[in-house]
Write a protein that binds this ligand. Structure first.
Ligand SMILES: [Zn+2]
Length: 261
């Protein structure tokens, strides 16, 4: 039993960094082995992402229908595309160009270190009218289990970097790396004026399953109010980009796409 636990824990650690972005800068690359490891990573996440109408099963005090009071849906029938782990000088400009081409506004959940490195890209995202979201300073998967002061310092530093890039901006959303929410991290984000942003449709694009698989998840699982999780950084995002070339026109034909308000 103890051996089994160790295997599971090791698998989880090996993959935890990949559960929401797999850049070697902040996470070990995806281990090529171990189905047990995938189970470990998945244990941190919600089960299959079937969108649920806002209001049903909503925890007290929440409007977003996600774990621990986070937003899993937009709250209306409108659908939100979200891009995590950037900005990336390679991929973000291409995603921005594609969004512009289709007249779509999205939400970008950005990592502080990347914001600091590429402030011009943060300005480009803001200038195009997309919503800015904090994704922690260094993509800390364990942020929620850190002390309250440490969480506050992390999130404050990230927001200051975003504000330095785009003066006068206020960051209204926070997404915990890996979706590893805790009541503490949600509470600190709330105290800093940020709503916690989860998702309803997980494309798993960080696993690089290929454009067809990414497209099929969005096509098959997107319902009213869905928040869709994609990545514009953290590794080779050519599959995500190729999928988006088909996802954007498909969604436009079905739903209204909004940046998180
Ligand atoms: Zn992430």
């Amino acid at each position: 039993m103890r051996k089994l636990l160790l295997v599971l824990v090791a698998g989880c650690l090996a993959l935890a960094g990949c559960s929401d972005g797999d850049s070697p800068k902040w996470a070990a690359p995806l281990a090529s082995s171990a189905p047990a490891a995938i189970t470990g990573a998945d244990a941190h996440r919600l089960p299959a992402s079937i969108p649920v109408p806002a209001g049903s099963g909503t925890p007290a005090g929440s409007t977003g229908n996600g774990p621990m009071g986070t937003h899993r849906v937009t709250g209306t029938a409108d659908v939100a595309l979200t891009f995590d782990d950037g900005p990336s000088p390679t991929w973000t400009p291409q995603i921005l160009a594609l969004l512009r081409q289709h007249g779509i506004k999205a939400t970008f959940c950005m990592v502080g270190t990347e914001v600091q490195a590429y402030p011009n890209l943060v300005r480009a995202i803001a200038a195009d009218g997309h919503t800015l979201c904090s994704h922690s300073w260094g993509h800390e998967l364990n942020l929620g289990s850190q002390a309250e002061d440490a969480i506050r310092a992390n999130l404050t530093r990230t927001n200051q970097a975003i504000a330095a890039a785009v003066p006068g901006t206020r960051v209204k959303y926070f997404r915990q790396p890996g979706g590893n929410w805790t009541p503490r991290v949600v509470a600190v984000a709330t105290s800093l004026g940020m709503r916690s942003l989860h998702w309803a449709v997980d494309t798993n694009d960080w696993r690089k399953p290929g454009p067809d698989a990414i497209y099929n998840v969005v096509a098959g699982q997107t319902g009213p109010g869905a928040i869709i999780l994609l990545h514009d950084a953290g590794g080779d995002r050519s599959g995500t980009l190729a999928a988006c070339r088909r996802i954007f026109p498909l969604l436009k034909s079905r739903v209204t796409l909004i940046p998180m308000p």
